[in-house]
Write a protein that binds this ligand. Structure first.
Ligand SMILES: C[S@@+](CC[C@H](N)C(=O)[O-])C[C@H]1O[C@@H](n2cnc3c(N)ncnc32)[C@H](O)[C@@H]1O
Length: 227
């Protein structure tokens, strides 16, 4: 009898220690997962071209139609797109700028620009000019563009303030800035944070389309400003 009781309590101790080990492993995995996620969010890097097929044509609410509606590109305008990727938004915007207007696409990866130009050629769109570089240093003169836009790009840029300052510089007085963000993207920029950053650089928030989880926001520079 004593023997059976001893065996039972030994078994219970073993079960308990197995359970403690399992709980420990689960907690360690959860902590590692959260730490990994935070680290990945904090490391800004351009979307690798090798994953370009994973760039969706359109995300919920971030559609070409909505972008064109809020950006309102007009024939004859000169517009800058930062981070065109595979050109999902470039083509319809460039088409709205014809005749006489130009879409300048600017990306840190030449391979993305090549892809965009290839798609444009396939669709007989000839008013796109591509330049490779880092959005923290835009190679355009002050007051060059009527508007600028970027979709799921800002969070990939290591210094968002530098990029917003540059965008402000290259826009004409009264120029529009349109930014699209998708909150399930690890590098997404929440609307409140974007507003604060953009306002620091002289942009005035005008409006947004879509919910905060998947929004396109429009800002403008002061039209009366002298340069
Ligand atoms: C997630 S992709 C979005 C592509 C496209 N806008 C779309 O919505 O399908 C981000 C793009 O921004 C570009 N990018 C990232 N950092 C950049 C930087 N510092 N300067 C210019 N382009 C950058 C990447 O190369 C990539 O083409």
């Amino acid at each position: 009898m004593t023997h059976i009781t001893t065996m039972r309590s030994t078994n219970q101790r073993h079960q308990q220690s197995r359970l403690t080990r399992k709980v420990g492993v689960v907690i360690a995995l959860a902590v590692a997962g959260v730490a990994g996620g935070l680290w990945y969010r904090s490391v800004t890097r351009p979307w690798p071209y090798i994953q370009h097929r994973m760039l969706p044509n359109e995300l919920p609410y971030l559609t070409r139609e909505r972008l064109c509606q809020i950006l309102a590109p007009q024939a004859g305008e000169r517009i800058l797109e930062v981070g065109p990727g595979t050109g999902v938004f470039s083509i319809p915007v460039a088409q709205c700028l014809a005749p006489g207007g130009t879409l300048e696409v600017f990306d840190i990866q030449q391979v993305m620009l090549d892809h965009t130009l290839r798609v444009a050629a396939e669709q007989n769109v000839s008013n796109i000019v591509a330049t490779q570089g880092d959005a923290r240093h835009l190679p355009y003169a002050d007051g060059t563009f009527d508007a600028a836009f970027m979709v799921t790009v800002l969070g990939e840029i290591p210094d968002q303030d530098a990029a917003l300052g540059e965008l402000r510089r290259v826009l004409k007085p009264g120029g529009r800035l349109v930014v699209g963000e998708f909150m399930f993207d690890v590098h997404a920029v929440p609307l409140g944070l974007l507003k604060r950053r953009a306002e620091r650089h002289g942009f005035r928030f005008e409006r947004r389309v879509g919910p905060r989880l998947s929004y396109i926001a429009r800002f403008a520079t002061d039209p009366s400003e002298l340069r």
